[in-house]
Design a protein around this ligand. Structure first.
Ligand code: ADP
Length: 472
């Protein structure tokens, strides 16, 4: 069984959030199950890419309306560490950028990437049995494969679409319809949602199978999916929720090269203390007080706009430290930075993306805050468990599927709503738990034993692939 994962992100080559982590780990676990899972992503202009050796295996041209773009497909040499083969679509004029997203020509970048993949596959002698698309950036592939005359030869390859986040759908206007190769115009409705070309909606309509990254999120999308709830309810029969896993070889406190001191369940107290010490020195925090941390994109879905008030109120009422790592909404960033003036020695924030720092925080903070309004799966809470960091989460989507409250015999602190009051109350519960060091350490040991690796979920994907392969 040969599966081609198509994505805009893949850790460690390109990562903005959870999508990168998933595409950088699921294929490895699929390969361990005997599948041949490969990944194709854009050749982004990142430092990581520049350091790698590649070999060009295909050259072609994509036509976006009247404009032609030369492209090549490169294969990454030395992929032993990754555990899967990576193909890189190189379209210098559109994809050679230092950031993964955020450009005015993102539509052109996403469409050209998908067209280049199909041009390459037409002549590739090891065609996949399944094309697995991730999010709207590759959501047009199921439509193109099934509808475009040019790619008829690929039309019996089953397509799977994984929705990592339904908030982002990649809509663009019909003025750009000429970017797509010819198809039966009577089927134009397959592209449409709300009078736009909507790649995520098109993917949901045309993919043979659609899944979300947790069962809880699948249910929630039937009622709230940024306008696509009716479509998802309609396509319910081919939809399933499969919980994301984490890569236990990368996210392993015993071997993680990014943390200050490695540790196991048996050495967690000294190991975590060394990491906390480093964080507190670096960010001028008080190592004796419990440390509550947030790591993530500062966007509305993550509840980031609540953080300034949460931090201020929680710091006024509790003898704690708070550290925030992330970037996003500039207003929230400014408010978080301003708070530094009021809580010297107990509060800090690092605006930006820093993979190494995130690992150290998982290894050294005492509680992780996730006040999300929407959480398709959430990986942070699973990394936290693996590292012995107690998560404080809002009961939503994948957070609800993975964290059980201590009150219910579980191992985390949960709150119903993403409100300032409820998060502050949850922090107060955390302070009480931390004061009972014996119980607190028991919980830490308990969470480090939880297996959220891909072992279970990769098998579920494989079952879906095998089922679809029989339908061909
Ligand atoms: P999402 O994909 O919605 O952003 P996930 O919880 O699925 O959220 O995945 C987030 C991933 O991105 C985790 O690996 C987290 O550690 C990482 N991350 C988010 N923001 C930052 C940041 N500012 N610096 C380092 N890592 C970050």
């Amino acid at each position: 069984m040969r599966v081609l994962h198509t994505s805009f992100e893949c850790y460690p080559l390109a990562k903005v959030g959870g999508l990168g982590d998933v595409v950088g780990s699921l294929p490895k676990y699929l390969n361990q199950l005997g599948c041949t899972a490969d990944v194709v992503i854009p050749y982004h202009d990142t430092n990581h890419n520049k350091e790698q050796h590649h070999k060009t295996i295909f050259s072609g041209i994509v036509h976006l309306g009247n404009v032609n773009y030369n492209f090549s497909v490169k294969i990454l040499q030395s992929t032993e560490l990754l555990g899967f083969q990576v193909f890189l679509v190189d379209i210098p004029k559109l994809l050679h950028r230092s950031n993964v997203y955020g450009y005015s020509d993102d539509t052109e970048r996403f469409v050209s990437f998908q067209l280049a993949i199909l041009e390459w596959l037409l002549s590739y002698d090891q065609k996949p049995d399944i094309i697995h698309c991730h999010d709207h950036h590759t959501g047009l592939l199921p439509f193109l494969v099934s509808q475009a005359y040019k790619y008829k030869e690929l039309s019996n390859i089953p397509t799977v679409l994984t929705i990592h986040n339904a908030q982002y759908q990649g809509q663009f206007s019909y003025e750009k319809l000429n970017y797509l190769p010819e198809f039966d115009i009577q089927h134009i409705g397959l592209l449409d949602w709300d009078k736009c070309i909507n790649p995520l909606a098109a993917g949901i309509k045309c993919a043979w199978k659609v899944n979300t990254v947790s069962p809880g999120y699948m249910k929630e999308l039937q009622n709230q999916a940024n306008g696509l709830e009716g479509l998802l309810a309609h396509e319910n029969n081919k939809c399933v929720g499969i919980l994301n896993g984490i890569d236990h070889s990368i996210w392993n406190p015993e071997t993680d090269p990014m943390v200050i001191k490695n540790y196991t369940i048996d050495t967690l107290i000294s190991g975590r203390a060394a990491n906390k010490e480093w964080i507190c020195t670096r960010f001028n925090l008080d190592v004796k007080k419990p440390l509550f941390a947030f790591i993530g994109r500062m966007v509305y879905e993550k509840g980031a706009d609540l953080l300034p008030d949460i931090a201020r109120i929680a710091l006024e009422h509790n003898d704690i430290n708070i550290l925030i790592l992330g970037s996003g909404n500039p207003e929230v960033e400014t408010q978080l930075l301003q708070l530094k003036d009021f809580f010297h020695g107990r509060y800090n924030t690092f605006i930006g993306y820093d993979e190494k720092l995130s690992h150290i925080i998982y290894a050294g903070a005492d509680f992780l805050l996730m006040p999300s309004r929407v959480e398709p799966c959430g990986l942070n809470q699973m990394y936290a468990l693996r590292y012995g960091l107690i998560p404080i989460v809002r009961k939503i989507g994948g957070l609800k599927d993975t964290i059980i409250d201590i009150k219910d015999g579980g191992f985390g602190i949960c709150h119903e709503n993403a409100t300032i009051q409820e998060v502050c109350d949850a922090i107060t519960r955390g302070v009480a738990l931390y004061a009972d060091q014996k119980y607190y350490k028991e919980i830490q040991k308990k969470i480090m034993k939880i297996d959220n690796s891909w072992n279970t979920s990769a098998k579920k994907y494989l079952e879906e692939y095998e089922f679809l392969n029989q339908l061909k």
